[in-house]
Ligand binder design. Structure first.
Ligand code: SF4
Length: 406
């Protein structure tokens, strides 16, 4: 499938500011930046990466929409103090901000909005939902939206693609809710695929906690809270290496899951994120800092040569990860789920992504509860691909226990 208006790769890079994470460190022979585990920011003060020029370039916040209660809260005041030059506009609800959310406009606007705009709101509904696959529970997240712009991301589905980060400032209420929920569970009665002994809470369903930590202490507060919960563990997936998280002393009670995919796919699809090699290179530092470090092989996108490309990823993991990381690592395999509406949006700005994401011959549709048409690989295609990927893991990274494949 060819799209005549496809954006050349170099143009896509320029469009999305993919050099935003470039810290100027000279590339080594492998083409990755020289680093000692965490790229670039290691050269800066690790205790304040979020105040570094690199982070400021990624999130040059100029506009803040804030619910009045949020702006007046302790967390809200901290955030506003971090962006003193930003223009603050009061809004009744973080859900209804005319002209901000939605798919209208062009991608330059969306990406600018994601970096330059913040929303402060209060999370009204505090509900923890059962999951059972990646985590036992999905916690009420401390944010919604993301400053990254991955082409397959489902996070913007409710607010539209131009969905900047909404920070929920009532973090104390979220943590109090979690404390009650964890206390009610008692001890985990038996091991399951989520964890041997701890109830696992996914704290980052609708965003990326590493990116959120560039803005506020919500992620830090959650990590510190779980530090004192021996029967529970926080978990979040990330595509961004934020060295500030290394200082949080999680004492094994937070699982960080670095999402991985072949570098060529990531360059095409993982817009604005840290390079995959940097995520892998950061694993040992995060383990040493007290995190449990897992890997998400996700999303797995089927395209010509996908098995060779994943073989390369797995061999690289095997080559560079120290044994101490391998001994505790586990992985999740998540096959691509796509969506017709997202497909149509993407065709307008990033049609090259759709050349690999939208594969009607391999996919089947399924109407979701909210009426959207989700698209997955057919049962047969998916089963064969999962089996093939499991085989690749067994051959090239046999130490990587697959917790589940979906
Ligand atoms: S980093 Fe995660 S939450 Fe952010 S755009 Fe990418 S997939 Fe979505």
């Amino acid at each position: 499938m060819k799209h005549p208006s496809a954006t050349p790769a170099a143009d896509v890079d320029a469009l999305f500011g993919l050099d935003a994470l470039d810290t100027g460190a000279p590339p080594d022979e492998c083409g990755s930046a020289g680093h000692d585990g965490v790229r670039g920011p290691a050269a800066e003060d690790r205790s304040s990466f979020r105040d570094s020029p690199t982070a400021r370039r990624l999130l040059p916040v100029r506009t803040v929409y804030a619910e009045p209660g949020s702006a007046a809260s302790a967390r809200g005041r901290e955030i506003l103090a971090r962006f003193p030059d930003a223009e603050v506009t009061e809004v009744d609800s973080h859900w209804r901000i005319p002209g901000l959310h939605g798919n209208e406009g062009n991608v330059e606007r969306w990406v600018r909005v994601k970096g330059e705009t913040l929303v402060l709101g209060e999370r009204k509904t505090l509900t923890t939902r059962p999951n059972g696959r990646s985590a036992d529970w999905i916690a009420p997240g401390a944010s919604n939206g993301c400053a990254m712009a991955c082409a397959y991301c489902y996070v913007p589905r409710r607010k539209g693609y131009a969905n900047p980060i909404t920070v929920f400032t009532n973090i104390d209420a979220i943590i109090a809710h979690l404390a009650r929920h964890i206390a009610r569970q008692g001890r985990k009665p038996e091991p399951n695929q989520c964890d041997e002994s701890a109830w696992v809470y996914d704290i980052g369903e609708n965003g990326d906690c590493s990116v959120d930590a560039l803005i506020s202490d919500n992620t830090a507060d959650l990590v510190r809270f779980f530090r004192r919960r021996p029967s529970a563990k926080a978990s979040f997936a990330t595509k961004f290496v934020n060295p500030d998280l290394l200082a949080l002393d999680p004492r094994g009670r937070t699982r960080i899951r670095f999402s991985l995919m072949p570098a060529a796919d990531s360059r095409l699809l993982d817009i604005r994120t840290s390079p995959v090699d940097d995520r892998i290179a950061a694993a040992a530092d995060f383990l040493e800092a007290g995190y449990e470090v897992h890997f998400n092989l996700s999303p797995v996108v089927l395209r010509p040569g996908w098995q060779e490309a994943w073989t390369e990823v797995l061999r690289h993991l095997d080559d560079v990860l120290p044994d101490r990381v391998k001994r505790q690592a586990a992985g999740e395999v998540i096959m691509l789920t796509h969506n017709r509406e997202l497909h149509e949006v993407n065709l307008g700005w990033h049609p090259r992504a759709e050349e690999v994401l939208w594969q009607p011959a391999l996919q089947q549709g399924k109407r979701s509860e909210n009426g959207a048409l989700n698209v997955r690989y057919t049962n047969r295609v998916k089963a064969e691909a999962v089996q093939a990927l499991r085989g690749l893991v067994a051959s090239h990274a046999p130490w990587l226990r697959i917790r589940y494949a979906f």
